[in-house]
Design a protein around this ligand. Structure first.
Ligand SMILES: C[S@@+](CC[C@H](N)C(=O)[O-])C[C@H]1O[C@@H](n2cnc3c(N)ncnc32)[C@H](O)[C@@H]1O
Length: 204
């Protein structure tokens, strides 16, 4: 059993095929534009895909809801989450055009009709969403003001920001002045590697 089916045993053959295609496409794009470091690309599943899917261990996006991924780079965490939640709409943004081109290409190859991607800065997003996700973009104090305007007025249950982030989170949260909860992914993934991985949850 691989790690994907170990932690997400209800994945369909179609979803497993999409994850395999994502790994292949992502690695190919990574040789052309730097999406993640070359050594990291060799461990794409452990370091990036499962890490992105950690958000799904913390929140289940309801069918029909809309999720914004800010600073998606090569589609993390948005593309793995879009494979996992085919009934949820994902909008992925990044300020760098060539990364968004790669994301659009990959979403097309994977047949992800629930994904749109735009080159823009987070601060300039005008649409509203039920949830915001992100991974490793900026310190919380700088980041949160960029996305505050992006929530719907009547958010879905459990709405808020789900931010995959390293660093000294206690200090970052205090600096931001936000009320936030930190969820440790080692509560869900037993491999040692996940000891350092956390999700910061900031309710709307
Ligand atoms: C360290 S990378 C992380 C990329 C991806 N989330 C991942 O986990 O691999 C940070 C990304 O955020 C993007 N970014 C930084 N500031 C941004 C902003 N204000 N609006 C949109 N994207 C931004 C950068 O272009 C970059 O692709």
């Amino acid at each position: 059993m691989n790690l994907l089916t170990k932690y997400f045993p209800t994945l369909t053959p179609q979803q497993l095929k999409q994850f395999a295609e994502f790994e292949k496409e992502f690695k190919a794009w990574n040789t052309q534009i730097n999406l993640v470091s070359r050594t990291d690309a060799d461990n794409l599943m452990e370091r990036h895909i499962l890490h992105s899917l950690g958000i799904a261990k913390v929140v289940q996006f309801p069918a029909g809801s809309a999720v914004l991924d800010v600073g998606t780079g090569g589609g993390l965490p948005g593309l793995p989450l879009a494979i996992l939640f085919p009934e949820v709409k994902f909008h992925l943004v990044d300020s760098i055009g060539k990364k968004i081109k790669a994301v659009q290409f990959m979403a097309g190859v994977l047949g992800l009709g629930n994904v749109t991607a735009t080159q823009t800065r987070a601060e300039q997003v005008t649409e509203k969403f039920d949830f915001v996700v992100s991974r490793a973009v900026a310190r919380l104090a700088a980041f949160h003001p960029w996305i505050m305007h992006s929530y719907k007025k009547h958010p879905a249950r459990g709405a808020g920001l789900y931010y995959l982030k390293g660093g000294d989170l206690g200090e970052e949260i205090a600096e931001s002045g936000l009320v936030a909860q930190v969820v440790d992914l080692k509560d869900f993934y037993e491999e040692e590697f996940f000891d350092t991985k956390k999700v910061v949850v900031v309710p709307v």
